[in-house]
Design a protein around this ligand. Structure first.
Ligand code: SF4
Length: 876
């Protein structure tokens, strides 16, 4: 069964309809009828956030690589769309085939942050799927989740059929197999099958009892269920599936670039950092593989920027050669490079230079704490001198925006530690401005939230009053400063903290919140602290109970979920934190016995650059290669990596502009989903298509180069067109037929090349050459409800001059009278039931095509809104 959801009536009424179109370049085009199992990867947030998430892309590629599986994407609709869907009974749907979400066999949610939980319930409700797993029937999909929140998914225990602990690129195939094999069986049978997948926690197979104080007293598995679930790790990153044909989003997303994961896990051991503990052990991808993956991904997407992904990218010793190597693969393209925030002691001038060669954006550094004492408590092993040196490197490399991240509320923090954030930020700003007076410094301060699976899982979280008082210290400190201060919403941090270490009792709170309409709580405009507090009160729960320090012997709600790091190690680290003792990174010093490495099955190779510039790896394979010996292996004894040498190309100080040798004018169509792309979105889609086609587009010079292209005037959203144009300047000559052939297959569905011709280099741009645009309005829909000849009469009245203006209404702006008559000519009715007219483009204040239809035919805005419009020609 595949009942396609029709959203054509909703798209013209929502903000950014491109969020719901699907059909992007590299999106799956599988026919679901040919698949044995259908999986929907669900992200409980907006398209722009979801499309920035790498994990989802990895799973999407792994599933669609299987011929018998069809995997699609389902994202949360923004409230304007969600409200319309609810009002008009349109169910939650997938982007690829607009299939209702409830028709999939498996829904896999990614849970990245606590405040997305109400959106999970909202999505299930929109899909028409029972919120409680126990109430789902044999035809309902299995609902599972993955992501860091699964280290403690207890607040969602009633909702999830399963929560997967760990890295899912292998396990997702096992989940799909179970979903297909157990289709139609009872929930209990499906739960049992799910629970057989290593790493899968099935909440219904555990009973939790609470003591008289409300705290967890016991966690008991049902008969046949193992008492603990252990997080699953991909043993060898070099062999793990990794996508290169990334979906090219229709609109600008948060991380609008190709990302290559260079390393997984981090052993720095910052005690507040959940990722640093639950993603252990550190595994690295070979440098030549990173370069090859990045090259393939940039070519297959046409994206303008790429970046490495890692928790602590500076620990990847081959980072600089990798950046240089990728740069060297695209000598004629202006490929930008993005670095994640680096530990200060790992930022070198070489890295700053390499990352800032093209599209230099802000530089982010995360000291987290401003005093040596506080840094020892959190085990952030950098020094103030490292931080200042890092700022020097960034500013010397030409960066003019420096972003600093700090936290307040860390264990043992005093007001003095908070004031020190002001002092340190000021020193950084002063130092940076001595070199470049234009440097701006932003200091972002979040409130520490203790997370499960870390040494700070026992720590207290700041209450509202103390948080506000400490934020006031910062505001006062920065009052006369040129450093900009940003801080995290107090209420959001409180709720994050409640959910992060929450227990099963919070399920009632989430259900209540859902009934109150909660969704998108991670967005300040939709977050309502009073609603959370009311829901907690209704459930008889107190926020102080969730924010309090936990006793080390207490049964924590997630005690049966094991990350791989030993409980005794976390306790030891918690004790060392309270004593103000840092713990050094185990890769560069010695193994501290955290328990994450088995020294057998997991590939723990780390890579480094040798003195001669070649690459080598150090392998830790067993007792003889115990991590205590890391760094002591002579390089001559290590294997040399294959692949082409990775060398840094010479860096020009400021890239010059390309010389244009040819200008091509391309005429193309816009139809289907593409009619909902805005002007900017259309421009981005075309640029990436030109890149994928490998056409040698010329760029302007400087650190923020722009492609030398020019588009015809914006086509109104929702209007199909046979007359769109783009002028493309090339730095090498290409025959027009060859350009046509190369570009055509790269355009997104709904865009088609109609003509490619060469124009002289002195020809005015397409915008400047244009005299008029010819439109056709289809009147078939209106004719059904009107007397014969109505259009002729309306046109006659227009010709008699009875109407010449319409009122333009825009939300938040005063109404405006628009003169239509002076801006339109050649108005005529067609025999086929259409109205044809030309909008003159050489005078200012042109009317819009829908306004012409209103004025000529005497229609109101709503009536004209239902008239299909097509741009049929352009007059030069
Ligand atoms: S087991 Fe040892 S080497 Fe492995 S992550 Fe833990 S401390 Fe580091």
């Amino acid at each position: 069964m595949n009942n396609k959801v029709d959203i054509s009536g909703l798209l013209p009424r929502v903000d950014k309809p491109a969020r719901y179109l699907g059909g992007e370049a590299n999106a799956s085009r599988k026919d679901p009828a040919g698949a044995a199992v259908r999986v929907a990867l669900c992200f409980p947030d907006l398209y722009e956030i979801a499309e920035s998430h790498l994990g989802l892309k990895v799973l999407y590629a792994a599933l669609n690589a299987r011929p018998d599986v069809a995997c699609e994407r389902v994202y949360a609709p923004w409230p304007d769309m969600g409200d319309l869907m609810q009002r008009e009974g349109v169910p939650l749907f997938s982007l690829e085939t607009r299939t209702p979400a409830r028709e999939f066999d498996l829904l896999g949610f990614t849970l990245q942050y606590e405040l997305c939980l109400p959106t999970v319930l909202h999505m299930l409700s929109l899909a028409g799927i029972p919120l409680r797993a126990a109430e789902r029937g044999p035809s309902d999909p299995l609902v599972v989740a993955g992501g860091p929140l699964c280290m403690n998914p207890e607040p969602l225990w009633e909702v999830l059929d399963g929560a997967f602990l760990g890295e899912g690129e292998e396990a997702i195939l096992e989940m799909a197999e179970v979903a297909g094999r157990t289709r139609g069986q009872s929930r209990e049978a499906r739960w049992e099958a799910l629970a057989s997948i290593p790493g899968m926690y099935v909440p219904a197979r555990f009973q939790v009892t609470h003591g008289p104080d409300g705290r967890v007293a016991a966690l008991r598995p049902v008969a046949g269920q193992a008492p603990e679930v252990r997080r699953r790790v991909v043993p060898d990153l070099a062999r793990a599936a990794y996508p290169t044909s990334f979906i090219v989003p229709h609109l600008q997303v948060v991380h609008d670039r190709v990302a290559v994961e260079i390393q997984r896990g981090c052993t720095q051991g910052c005690r507040f950092c959940q990722a640093g503990f639950i993603y252990r052990p550190t595994r690295q991808r070979p440098p030549d593989q990173v370069v090859a993956l990045a090259e393939a991904a940039v070519r297959s997407t046409g994206m303008e920027e790429w970046g490495v992904l890692s928790l602590s990218a500076g620990d990847y010793a081959c980072l600089a050669p990798v950046l240089a190597g990728v740069d060297g693969r695209f000598p004629s393209r202006r490929l930008g490079t993005s670095l994640p925030s680096l530990r200060t002691e790992t930022l070198t001038r070489e890295l700053a230079d390499l990352a800032g060669r093209v599209r230099k954006s802000g530089f982010t550094l995360a000291p987290e704490a401003a005093t040596d004492r506080m840094r020892a408590v959190i085990s952030k092993n950098n020094l103030e001198a490292d931080l200042l040196a890092a700022v020097d490197h960034a500013v010397a490399a030409g960066y003019e925006q420096v972003k600093l991240y700090f936290m307040i509320g860390l264990p043992t923090e005093t007001d003095e530690d908070v004031r020190a954030i002001v002092g340190l930020s000021e020193s950084i700003a002063e130092r940076a401005r001595r070199v470049n007076r234009r440097v701006s410094v932003t200091c972002s301060v979040s409130t520490f939230v203790p997370k499960p699976g870390t040494p700070f899982q026992w720590a207290a979280q700041l209450d509202e009053e103390t948080t506000r008082r400490r934020q006031a210290i910062l505001r006062e400190g920065f009052r006369k400063s040129r450093v900009s201060l940003k801080w995290h919403d107090v209420g959001m941090s409180l709720v994050e903290g409640i959910l992060a270490r929450g227990d099963r009792r919070l399920s009632a709170v989430l259900m209540d919140l859902h009934a109150r309409g909660a969704r998108f709580d991670g967005w300040s405009e939709h977050f309502r602290l009073p609603a959370w507090r009311e829901a907690l009160a209704v459930a008889g729960l107190h926020e102080a109970e969730y924010l309090r320090e936990r006793a080390v012997g207490e049964t924590l709600p997630w005690a049966h979920l094991l990350s791989g790091v030993l409980d005794k190690y976390l306790k030891r680290e918690w004790a060392r934190a309270q004593a103000g003792l840092p713990t050094q990174d185990c890769v560069s010093t010695t193994c501290h016995g955290c328990g994450a490495c088995d020294f057998k099955g997991v590939n723990l190779d780390t890579y480094r650059r040798g003195a001669g510039g070649g690459l080598s790896s150090v392998r830790v394979t067993g007792p003889a290669g115990h991590p205590a010996n890391r760094g002591r292996f002579p390089e001559a004894a290590t294997p040399s990596l294959g692949g082409p040498p990775v060398e840094r190309p010479p860096a020009p100080a400021c890239p010059p502009a390309d010389v244009t040798v040819q200008v091509l004018r391309v005429r193309y169509t816009k139809s289907g989903p593409c009619v909902y792309l805005s002007h900017l979105e259309t421009m981005a889609a075309l640029l990436r298509s030109l890149n994928r086609a490998g056409l040698p587009v010329a760029y302007s010079g400087g650190f923020h180069p722009k492609a030398k292209v020019g588009l015809s005037p914006a086509c109104p959203t929702g209007v199909t067109s046979r007359a769109e144009f783009i002028d493309v300047e090339l730095k090498e000559r290409v025959a027009t037929e060859a350009a046509w052939e190369r570009l055509s297959p790269q355009l997104p569905a709904g865009m088609e090349v109609m003509e490619v011709r060469e124009v002289g280099p002195k020809t005015p741009s397409v915008q400047a050459s244009l005299k008029g645009l010819v439109f056709r309005a289809g009147l078939g829909g209106l004719a059904q409800s009107r007397a014969e000849g109505w259009a002729r009469e309306a046109l006659a009245s227009w010709e008699r001059g009875e109407r010449s203006t319409v009122t333009r209404r825009r939300e938040g702006e005063p109404d405006k009278e628009v003169e239509v008559r002076a801006g339109v000519r050649d108005v005529a009715l067609e025999e086929a039931g259409g109205l044809r007219f030309t909008i003159v483009t050489t005078r200012p204040g042109q009317p819009r095509p829908a306004e012409v239809v209103r004025a000529v035919l005497g229609l109101d805005e709503r009536e004209a809104g239902g008239v299909p419009l097509e741009k049929v020609d352009a007059l030069f």
